[in-house]
Design a protein around this ligand. Structure first.
Ligand code: MEV
Length: 334
């Protein structure tokens, strides 16, 4: 039996635009997915979850590589969760050259599914780490990240960047542009997360941005403008090293606001996300934006004071609010 865990993340900048090769800066946060695998005598997979922020479930099936299993009345989220585990196990089998390896897989996660905090990436990364360790192969972090990207891509019909999976594997702040993936250290950024209890459909949201970008030059320009915001933001982070000054935090916040406006223009925000963003700003946060694919889920604000948490708590669309510490450690076998 082997257990591995991997962190979720918030996007400081750059979601959606990263799908088209622009840079993005996600930061890992101390909310983890933990996956335990146990070898079976047959080639089947049994996936069980006690807590994925949906009701617990158990499914047993023959894994077929990134395709969700046929279970009775699955919710879309359950289908997605099992599809990601399935695709991750496929990658572990491939890494170990063990195509018939079967597993009992137990998933626990502190990261709401589909809420923009990288839940699927964390589950995929932790599953690959646990299953390859159980098969006795030593896989380096960069290979775990690459395999996790392939697994996510398979489930999302090729509409995935390397940002979520690389960040979850490496921990800290990272910078991803296409297949150029780098770590940026551990900047001390005071993140507050607001969660509306909902979830967006990443595939649909990414397809929506693609359609806009194909139809209108100004939508393509909006995507490029997000890249420009990220380039400015990453310079600030590099200059600040791990200890940003008040001035740097103020400018990072202003860039987050700009980034949110561009995402809103691309149609991926929602009324509840906007309400949380405005509540955080009015309470004095340096900046606030949606994180992840959007449509519902989480916002991230930059704020060292107590005001933002209280204001989000009082926002009717906000179901949960928490301070998110940067996770300096990425994937680990427990
Ligand atoms: C989803 O967490 C982030 C997106 O940019 C998609 C991706 O990068 O794979 C919307």
């Amino acid at each position: 039996m082997v257990t591995a865990s991997a962190p979720g993340k918030v996007y400081l900048f750059g979601e959606h635009a990263v799908v088209y090769g622009e840079p993005a800066v996600p930061c890992a946060i101390e909310r983890r997915a933990t996956v335990t695998v146990d070898r079976r005598d047959d080639a089947r997979l049994r996936v069980e979850s006690a807590d994925l922020h949906i009701s617990g479930f158990t499914v047993e099936y023959d894994a077929v590589g990134g395709t969700a299993p046929d279970v009775d009345a699955p919710t879309p989220l359950l289908e997605a969760a099992t599809g990601y585990v399935d695709a991750a196990i496929e990658q572990a089998r491939d890494a170990a050259d063990a195509p018939d390896a079967g597993f009992d897989v137990h998933v626990e996660s502190e990261i709401p599914l589909g809420g923009g905090l990288g839940s699927s990436a964390a589950v995929v990364v932790a599953t690959i780490a646990a299953a390859t360790a159980a098969l006795g192969v030593d896989v380096e972090d960069r290979e775990i990240a690459e395999r996790a990207y392939r697994a996510e891509s398979a489930v999302q019909d090729g509409e995935a960047s390397r940002a979520d999976t690389f960040c979850s594997t490496m921990g800290g702040a990272v910078r991803v542009a296409g297949d150029d993936c780098r770590t940026l250290g551990n900047p001390d950024l005071p993140f507050v997360v607001g969660y509306d209890g909902g979830a967006g459909d990443t595939g649909e949201l990414v397809a929506g941005v693609r359609a806009l970008r194909d139809e209108y030059d100004f939508a393509a320009d909006t995507v490029s403008a997000i890249g420009d915001v990220v380039r400015r933001g990453e310079t600030l982070i590099a200059d600040a090293a791990d200890d940003p000054t008040e001035e740097t935090l103020e400018e990072l916040g202003a860039l987050m606001n700009f980034n949110h406006g561009l995402l809103e223009a691309l149609g991926v925000s929602s009324r509840s996300l906007d309400e949380m963003v405005w509540a955080a700003r009015e309470a004095g946060a340096a900046g606030a934006k949606l994180t992840g694919a959007g449509g519902g889920g989480c916002i991230v604000a930059l704020d060292a004071g107590e005001g933002t948490e209280t204001a989000l708590d009082l926002t009717p669309t906000c179901e949960d609010v928490f301070r998110a510490e940067l996770a300096t450690e990425g994937v680990r076998v427990e």
